[in-house]
Design a protein around this ligand. Structure first.
Ligand SMILES: C[S@@+](CC[C@H](N)C(=O)[O-])C[C@H]1O[C@@H](n2cnc3c(N)ncnc32)[C@H](O)[C@@H]1O
Length: 194
C-alpha cells in the first residue's frame, strides 16, 4: 500500500482518531463475539422513553438497535468526524429509524442543556478523545442525577483503555462505579452520577 492509502491505513492501526475511510470495518458482524448491540442494550438498562447520547458512534454499529430500544425517547449521535455522522445517518434512514438527532462535535464541549440525558455511552472511543477530563466534566453536567455513563472497550483497539485507567480518570469526578461487565480485554464499565 502506498501514498495516501498507506497513510490512512496507518492511522487505523495506530493510536488516534479512527479514519472515516475505514468506517466499513466497524460494521463487521463478527464484532458481536466481543459485544453485540443486544448485549450493550442490556448493559445500558434502557427504558422506552430515555434520552440517550452516543459519543463517537462512527457508522452507527450500535445506534440502530439502541434507537429501537427507546421508541418514545431520542438518541443523539455526536461524532468529531462529519463523514462518520453522515454514514450513520444514511444507514439509520435506510432502516427508517427517525428518533435520532445528529450533532458534529468540536472535541471540547457540547451545546446540550444540563441534565438532558438519562444515559451517555461510548464504545471504543474514550482512548481517542484528546480532552478526556473535559469530556468527563461535560458528561457529568449533561446527565441527570442517577444517570449512567457507560464506557465499553474492546481488545485489538490501539487506543483501548484499561479498567484501572478509566477508574483513575473518573475518580473525584462525581461519578460512582455502578457495574463492570466482561473481562479486562472486553468490558463495559458503568458509572452513576451521584
Ligand atoms: C473506533 S471508532 C468507534 C465507532 C463506534 N463507537 C463503534 O464501536 O463502532 C471511534 C469513533 O470515535 C470518534 N471520535 C474520536 N474522537 C472523538 C471525540 N473527541 N469526540 C467525539 N467522537 C470522537 C471517531 O470519529 C470514530 O467515529
Amino acid at each position: 500500500m502506498q501514498g495516501k492509502y498507506s497513510d490512512v491505513f496507518n492511522r487505523m492501526v495506530k493510536k488516534g482518531v479512527f479514519p472515516h475511510q475505514f468506517a466499513f470495518t466497524l460494521l463487521i458482524p463478527l464484532r458481536n463475539i466481543f459485544l453485540s448491540p443486544r448485549k450493550l442494550i442490556q448493559r445500558l438498562e434502557l427504558k422506552e422513553n430515555y434520552n440517550v447520547l452516543e459519543v463517537g458512534p462512527g457508522p452507527g454499529y450500535f445506534s440502530a438497535q439502541v434507537a429501537k430500544a427507546i421508541p418514545h425517547g431520542t438518541l443523539t449521535l455526536t461524532d468529531i468526524q462529519k463523514e462518520m455522522l453522515d454514514f450513520a445517518e444514511k444507514r439509520l434512514a435506510k432502516k427508517k429509524i427517525s428518533n435520532v438527532e445528529y450533532h458534529l462535535c468540536n472535541g471540547v464541549d457540547f451545546p446540550f442543556e444540563s441534565n438532558k440525558f438519562d444515559v451517555i455511552y461510548m464504545v471504543t472511543v474514550l482512548g481517542e478523545v484528546e480532552n478526556k477530563e473535559q469530556y468527563i466534566k461535560e458528561f457529568f453536567r449533561l446527565l441527570r442525577p442517577n444517570g449512567i455513563l457507560s464506557i465499553s472497550e474492546q481488545a485489538g483497539d490501539a487506543d483501548k483503555m484499561s479498567v484501572d485507567e478509566i477508574k483513575d480518570l473518573l475518580s473525584g469526578s462525581g461519578f460512582e462505579l455502578a457495574k463492570l461487565y466482561g473481562t479486562e480485554n472486553n468490558f463495559t464499565i458503568n458509572f452513576r452520577k451521584i
